[in-house]
Design a protein around this ligand. Structure first.
Ligand code: B12
Ligand code: SF4
Length: 485
């Protein structure tokens, strides 16, 4: 039996694109995990459409596609093509879990939730000609124990196609409660941890593979680099501490996503730094104190009377003290954001001395409280999932016009990565010089491509979004709001 697993491409976004050298950034583990759950007598191939193309003429028995929300239109097209040839298609991932009824219309079977509890039964059913429409039949299937998460089959991927090949997942889910986040919508606050010994073994395996591929690693001149793709690696403090202590002797460099409050936990940062952490991605999200309640995680960071500015600054300083660089993430379009938010965020990012930053627009992903509210208020302007990429504005914001929000996102990127600002950051005496230079260079290239991609005279992308907006205004007989102070 031949199983073809496909990861579609997302267009129109700054993140997740292939580079000018034809490489993708980070490996997503969804399909290597599905492959690991597949019996070894099945011939499995993985195609990552960011860097590879699907060959529809190849004879396959079953196709599995992993679907993030902005990938849904592409995924449905791919499914349609295979189904027209009589090949059965299974869809799984965030989007299918949050909107299974929609996904079901485009495939033969939909997996709702994690693959672990249902995949082997699905394959058995397929082999006996008894494929069901939905797995599990009701509700969402969660992998309940960390020890049931298998080691991903990385060998099915070509490392030369990625800048960052060694993704590892130690935990799944997040106990925080942020209104805009798909993790919360998918896991409903569940959080599971893999046995630390198993994570350590997996990393050892990766190190051995890295040694085979790289002379520098073999000679000990470069440390293997791991990216933890956990949503919130430090959510369980004791587990994180134990994990850091366990990986410290391995001699790796690693990066991860953590919440800002870790910056106030001296013991945890020290353990992270000692075990090879050199870079963290942190969701600061907004410079406004009005965010309390909306962003569960900020409540733990500081009390309502403190200025977020001061707290963020202290957190960043503590990370820097331990030679850990920081990528800050910000979201624009919250109810309290007005037209000044872009300059406020820029000023904040500079004041707190971030090494790099990513900016996103608030996106009403399926299943999130943000979406429910905006749907109720009839403020969703585009339901075309391809625009749900964190870069396109798809809703009517409260105090800012959609156009201003869209332009503001690009303005902020352009300003933050202006050559003189990047040079200024690079020249700062704090550690992480190479990382700051490399990140700024890569972002400038991405912005260049983005400008071309989004220029209306260049391609249909922005026109498409604008058409959605025009239809929305016509149907709602509304006036484009103007930005309020
Ligand atoms: C690595 C990563 C990236 C990488 C690589 C993305 C890529 N295209 O490969 C980078 C950094 C580039 C990235 C970018 C973005 N990402 Co991202 N990313 C992740 C992250 C952190 C880890 C993914 C991973 O490896 N997970 C581990 C695997 C094992 O878990 P899994 O994917 O859930 O898979 C399980 C099940 O879902 C299911 N399953 C999944 N697929 C399939 C397929 C089949 C056939 C079956 C049977 C089962 C199945 O079984 C798996 C095993 O149990 C996730 C968060 C997360 N926890 O998943 C966010 C996440 C997937 N990203 C997200 C988003 C929104 C984005 C962006 C749009 C960012 C933005 N600006 O808003 C961009 C654009 C995406 C793009 N262009 O590719 C959202 C997706 C939300 C949604 N509703 O779709 C997530 C969930 C983060 C979040 N907090 O909301 N991302
Ligand atoms: S802390 Fe991060 S992963 Fe957790 S719910 Fe909030 S945004 Fe999502």
């Amino acid at each position: 039996m031949k199983l073809l697993l496909i990861q579609p491409e997302t267009k129109g976004t700054l993140l997740g694109q292939r580079s000018s050298r034809g490489k993708a950034g980070l490996v997503r583990l969804s399909l290597p995990v599905v492959a690991a759950l597949t019996p070894r007598d099945v011939d499995v191939e993985i195609v990552d459409c960011r860097v590879q193309t699907v060959n529809y003429d190849e004879p396959v028995d079953l196709v599995g596609i992993s679907v993030l929300t902005p990938e849904a239109p592409d995924a449905y097209e791919i499914a349609k093509e295979f189904r027209s040839k009589g090949v059965k298609v299974v869809l799984g991932g965030y989007h299918t879990t949050l909107l299974p009824e929609e996904a079901q219309k485009h495939c033969d079977a939909v997996v709702v939730g994690d693959a672990e509890p249902v995949w082997s039964r699905l394959l058995q059913d397929f082999r006996s000609g008894n494929l069901q429409q939905r797995y599990p039949e009701k509700g969402v299937g969660y992998c309940r124990r960390g020890k049931d998460i298998p080691r991903p089959r990385r060998k099915l991927l070509d490392p030369s196609l990625y800048y960052s090949f060694n993704s590892v997942q130690a935990t799944r889910g997040c106990p925080e409660n942020c209104d805009f986040c798909s993790i919360r919508a998918y896991y409903g606050g569940k959080f599971i941890k893999r046995p630390i010994a198993e994570v350590v073994e997996e990393i050892r395996e990766i190190i051995e593979e890295d040694k085979k591929r790289s002379l520098l690693v073999r000679l000990g001149l470069r440390k293997p680099h791991i990216t933890f793709v956990d949503d919130n690696l430090t959510a369980h403090r004791e587990y994180a501490l134990d994990l850091f202590n366990a990986i410290a002797p391995l001699g790796i460099r690693w990066d991860a996503q953590v919440t800002a409050d870790v910056g106030m936990d001296e013991e945890l940062i020290r353990a992270a730094a000692r075990s090879g952490c050199f870079f963290v991605s942190v969701g600061f999200e907004t410079p406004s104190n009005e965010s309390y309640g909306f962003l569960g995680k900020l409540l733990r960071t500081c009390t309502k009377t403190e200025s977020l500015d001061d707290v963020f600054k202290q957190e960043v300083k503590n990370f820097h003290k331990h030679r850990i660089s920081i990528l800050g993430n910000f979201i624009f379009g919250f109810p309290w954001d007005n037209i000044t938010v872009f300059d406020d965020v820029l000023a904040l990012a500079e004041r707190i001395e971030l090494d790099a930053a990513l900016f996103h627009v608030l996106t009403p992903h399926p299943g999130t409280p943000v979406r429910k509210k905006l749907v109720t208020e009839n403020r969703i302007a585009s339901s075309n999932w391809k625009h749900y990429n964190g870069t396109d504005v798809v809703f009517v914001p409260d105090r800012i016009s959609p156009d201003d929000l869209q332009q503001g996102l690009f303005h902020t990127y352009e300003e933050f990565y202006k050559p003189w600002r990047s040079l200024w950051r690079a020249l700062s005496p704090r550690p992480g010089l190479c990382l700051r230079v490399a990140f700024a260079h890569s972002m400038r290239r991405k912005l260049q491509r983005m400008r071309a991609w989004r220029d209306p005279s260049f391609g249909p992308w922005l026109k498409d979004l604008r058409d959605d907006w025009s239809t929305y205004w016509r149907n709602s007989r509304g006036q484009q709001p103007i930005s309020k102070p």
